[in-house]
Design a protein around this ligand. Sequence first.
Ligand code: UD1
Ligand code: UDP
Length: 360
Amino acid sequence: MKILTVVGARPQFIKAAALHRELQSVPDIQEILVHTGQHYDKDISDIFFQEMEIPTPKYNLGIHSLKHGAMTGRMLEAIENVIEQEKPAMLLVYGDTNSTLAAALAAKKNFIPIGHIEAGLRSFNMGMPEEINRILTDRISDLLFCPTDAAIQNLYREGFEHFNCEIAKTGDVMQDAALYYGQFSAAHSNIIERIGNDEFLLATLHRAENTDNPQTLIELVEALNQIAKEIRVVLPLHPRTRKKLEELESKPNALTIGPVGYFDILELLKHCRMVATDSGGLQKEAYFFGKHCITLRKQTEWVELVHQGVNLVAGTNAEKIVDSYHVLSQRHSDFTIDLYGNGTASKCISSILVDYLGKL
Ligand code: UD1
Ligand code: UDP
């Protein structure tokens, strides 16, 4: 049976790598990879395929750097063509990017069942493109693979039990990836040698709501600069943020490096003192590696981290971010509680998929 997996952005390569490893061992499943092209620079695309040994996608649609409507629309049309050619039994999508929504729409319009990995997450902020993408994708998906209890509750609150879909709690495939590739990262990365051994806070920034408003970006740079007076700040820059920072006068007083590959980021996570980020993925990875996290947004979808006391949602106010750094510096937390499945999510998803496909 053919499964079409559509990916397009950095976090999706990481998530798809974890499930791909699992699906490889299922004899009756043939997974065909489609890369929409949304992320195209080598250091946020190709490097993940190489390091994580993901096969080169059969299709690369080369669609990127467009406004939301144009990007989603062109992807929808191109993915429909791939569906017509491959006639898959099922289509898999990850997360909440424009590639996710475009692929889900293309499948639904062609009566192909959809499996959504990372279903049910909500920020309750409809100003975020990701919130629109994830709500619409969930609504038309047939199999909703939820990483957490909070995700399941969100779906029930929206009445999903009345829709014709299966909802399952599976854990988070990102933890599968972190645990598996984390075994090899030290051998494949020299990032700690390159940046030196002094203590550091690992920061990343790329969300549209943070980068595209100059006032917000200046405030965030100010926050990192204040923290940098107390601890070194290492900031691997997403290309979107690099471009926006070039337009600003205020510069981060941090060790800015290009976006790094997966082995490097795993080593940075292992060695850092704390994480400050607006990334969804990094918030969880901080937990996997026993690090506190300051979330540089007003909401998080990963509410269990906040309940656990390991993540402070600081928003974008510099004073609040610096205060959060001080609070978390003194905090001793338990990072051993199983919030995300402890590496079993891909197995769980694969077995649900096999059952589902067997009934088609
Ligand atoms: C996208 C996702 C976001 C996700 C992030 C992961 C949407 C709406 N957003 O945001 O949810 O968290 O990926 O990293 O789908 N660019 C490059 N090189 C690249 C890719 C992008 O220079 O390889 C630049 C281009 O100027 C582009 C801009 O970054 O216009 C934004 O890229 P885009 O893919 O639209 O959104 P991301 O910010 O990457
Ligand atoms: N990541 C990486 N290199 C970097 C920054 C992030 O490999 O320089 C990884 C990170 O560890 C996580 C994923 O990319 O696994 C998260 O992607 P991103 O922050 O771009 O998107 P989000 O998770 O917010 O959608």
